[in-house]
Each structure stands twice: as structure tokens, then as C-alpha cells.
Write a protein that binds this ligand. Structure first.
Ligand code: HEC
Ligand code: HEC
Length: 186
């Protein structure tokens, strides 16, 4: 009798856990599909203004989604896209996109100008555009147009980051274009 009761309890808890996780993953499926409309089903977008998310650092993705949620980073398309998400969904979505492999971009020659500028970036973004810090973004294989716009936004203060605002301010337009070209080809 005692054992039966225990068995029923264990089964009930198990069933609750299973159905709970199915509902959770369905919610994420729906959300991920919405993100994929712009960021690509495999996390690689086909628009130069929309960043690739595949293989991006999990913690960095969480911090950026939260920045769009609370308005400290603003973009008309993004602020609306993340409003309905819960913290749990944000964590699961970040884990999902971070786990995807970023496809190799079309290889191209790395120009000297870009190599020179990126010397200022390697201490944080890594020798090959991949960082060891979970809060800092990988830049390798990111979209040219997107990287250029982010550097311009840091420079104008439209996007806030105490570190990056200082660094972007020291770059002129040619250097920004050159370093964006460099990272887009890694
Ligand atoms: C209608 C198009 C669109 C949709 C849908 C969309 N995004 Fe975005 N996303 C953008 C654009 C455009 C940017 C770049 C904004 C900027 O220039 O700062 C962006 C930027 C981001 C960034 C910042 C990446 C980085 O490297 O800093 C993250 C993270 C992100 N989106 C996640 C999501 C998630 C998660 C969803 C789904 C819940 C989503 N996006 C849905 C267009 C979209
Ligand atoms: C001292 C460390 C440091 C250095 C050096 C540095 N960065 Fe960053 N970078 C960061 C951090 C931290 C962020 C994330 C900022 C945030 O939270 O929005 C970032 C973000 C970026 C982003 C936005 C990426 C995205 O996905 O939206 C770009 C682009 C970027 N850095 C380019 C550069 C370039 C180019 C250089 C060299 C000229 C450089 N960074 C040097 C720390 C650094």
C-alpha cells in the first residue's frame, strides 16, 4: 500500500515534468521560428543588416536580448520581437542559437588595412575573431554591413558600451569599413 502510493506520486511527478518540458519546448519552437524569419533557420541570416546568431556566445546573446527587452539597446525590429519572451525562453533561445554552427563565409583576401585595425581588437575578440570570454561577442563570420553599423552606433553613442564607445571613437570610416570587411571574411 505504502509502496503503491509512492509509485503513484513518482509517476505523477514524472508526468508533470514531461508535459511541462514539452510545453516549454513548443513555446521555444514558436519563438525560434519567429526569430528565424530574419536571423535564418540555421542562425545565419541572408540580409547584411541582420546579424548571424549561430555560434554566438550564449551569455552575450542573453545580455543583448535583455538589452532589447529593457530598451537599453534599441532597434525597431528587435524591440518588438522580444517583448513577449520570458527569462526562461530567452535562456533557451540563446542556448539554441549558440549551439548552432556558423557556416564559413565566402572566403576572400584579407586586406592589409583590416589586418592593421584588428590588432586593436584581438585582446578581447580573439586572434581569429573568437573570444574566450562568454560575455564578449565572436566577430568571425559576422555580416559586413551589420558590423559596420554597430561600430558607427558605438561611435555615435546610439549603442551603449563603455568599452566599445571608446574604441569605435578612435576609428575613422575607412578603418571601420576595413575591420568589418576583415571579420566578415573570417
Ligand atoms: C524583423 C526582423 C527580426 C526579427 C523577427 C528578429 N530580429 Fe533579432 N535582429 C534584427 C536586426 C535588424 C538586428 C540588428 C539591430 C541593430 O542594428 O542593432 C537584430 C539583432 C539581434 C541580436 C543582437 C546580435 C548581436 O550580435 O549583438 C540578437 C541577440 C537578436 N537579434 C535575437 C533575436 C531573437 C532571439 C529573435 C526572436 C525572438 C529575433 N532576434 C527576431 C532583426 C530581427
Ligand atoms: C577591451 C575589450 C574590447 C576590445 C579591445 C574591443 N572590443 Fe569589441 N566588444 C567588446 C565588448 C565587451 C562588446 C559587447 C558590448 C555590449 O555589451 O554591447 C563588444 C562588442 C563589439 C561589437 C558588436 C558585436 C555584435 O555582435 O553586435 C563589434 C562589432 C565590436 N565589438 C568590434 C570591435 C572591433 C572592430 C574592435 C577593434 C577595433 C574591438 N571590438 C575591440 C570588447 C572589446
Amino acid at each position: 500500500m505504502k509502496i503503491n502510493k509512492l509509485l503513484v506520486m513518482v509517476l505523477t511527478v514524472l508526468l508533470m515534468a514531461i508535459s511541462g518540458s514539452v510545453i516549454a519546448s513548443e513555446n521555444i519552437d514558436k519563438a525560434v521560428k519567429a526569430c528565424a524569419a530574419c536571423h535564418g533557420a540555421n542562425g545565419v541570416s541572408n540580409n547584411g543588416q541582420w546579424p548571424n546568431l549561430a555560434g554566438q556566445k550564449e551569455q552575450y546573446l542573453i545580455s543583448q536580448i535583455n538589452a532589447f527587452r529593457n530598451g537599453s539597446r534599441s532597434d525597431a525590429l528587435m524591440n518588438a520581437s522580444v517583448q513577449g519572451l520570458s527569462d526562461k525562453q530567452v535562456a533557451a533561445i540563446a542556448r539554441y542559437f549558440s549551439s548552432l554552427k556558423r557556416e564559413q563565409n565566402v572566403p576572400g583576401d584579407l586586406a592589409l588595412e583590416g589586418l592593421n585595425v584588428r590588432a586593436r581588437c584581438v585582446s578581447c575578440h580573439g586572434m581569429k575573431g573568437r573570444t574566450v570570454n562568454t560575455e564578449w561577442p565572436n566577430l568571425a563570420g559576422q555580416k559586413y554591413e551589420y558590423v559596420k553599423k554597430q561600430l558607427m552606433d558605438f561611435k555615435s553613442g546610439a549603442r551603449k558600451s563603455p568599452i566599445m564607445e571608446v574604441i569605435a571613437n578612435e576609428l575613422n570610416d575607412e578603418q571601420i569599413a576595413a575591420v568589418a570587411d576583415h571579420y566578415s571574411k573570417l
